[in-house]
Design a protein around this ligand. Sequence first.
Ligand code: HEC
Ligand code: HEC
Length: 258
Amino acid sequence: MKLVLFATAALALCASCGLYRTGPPQYRPGLPSPPPNATGEQIFQRDCAWCHGPKGQGTDNAPALRGSTGKADVDFMLRTGRMPLSDPHEQMLHRPAAYSAKQIEAVDNYVASIGAKGPAVPKVRTSAALRPKGLALYQSNCAACHSSTGIGGALVPGKTEVKGRISSIAAPALTRATPLEVAEAIRTGPGAMPSYDARSLSNGDVDAIASYVSYIQHPLDRGGASISRVGPVAEGAVAWGGLVLLLFFCRWIGTRER
Ligand code: HEC
Ligand code: HEC
């Protein structure tokens, strides 16, 4: 009886550490890759125009790519594989990019030529010396949504309206974003994320945050295993598991002594 109770408690604790680990489903757009020498215009007209309109003016499927949208927005969306969607109601997720770096640049330039006048693609310089400043800026500006260890987290459960579209909102893990993508996210504010202009975070601040985010992707785990970095729940679960094992061990020694 006691054994069953112990086993149930141990199982329940282990199950609770798995809760946070439900990652986004892997998805690849069904389109074949465009030829390597395709121009930005050709790619845009083939893969983007049916949603964003042939002149980027927007359609019922997707917003206009003009005004406050800029090269940085397009670059971020393509680098992180969020665009092209294959269905207007699908959620934007970080996926393998559909295009090469050269093709992405060509599309950035084409969209800028048809009226996207927003932020340019930022230049980022990361360095280890900037990490302490990055830590402070990250904790005050980003951790509330992406968690202090960068594993992301739920913001609003269920269905919520963002920029006129209905979606459920979660701040993704920052485990895959490159420094450039971090800077682009800061300047453009994808989806439900706020954007930060140079008055709220200077270019130097952005460099510092990007340096810190690169660091938390491969942190030094002094003292042992990271246990998925979900915090005290998992650590407690491991401690409890160890305690249960220790009890069995003591009993085992006790039995042999007799
Ligand atoms: C199936 C329809 C669809 C296709 C195809 C598509 N998009 Fe989008 N795109 C959307 C929707 C819908 C949004 C708005 C997403 C949101 O805000 O949640 C969006 C948002 C964007 C944004 C962000 C706009 C902003 O200012 O916030 C950019 C940039 C973008 N798309 C670029 C592209 C490019 C470039 C392509 C082609 C390679 C493309 N999209 C293909 C539907 C599409
Ligand atoms: C209000 C909550 C919120 C805050 C604050 C916030 N973010 Fe985000 N962030 C989001 C959401 C939501 C997304 C997903 C956007 C989408 O594609 O729909 C996101 C996406 C990102 C991505 C893209 C990740 C990937 O791999 O695709 C990066 C990088 C990022 N944020 C960095 C930051 C940094 C750095 C800060 C602090 C300066 C920050 N965020 C502040 C909510 C937030």
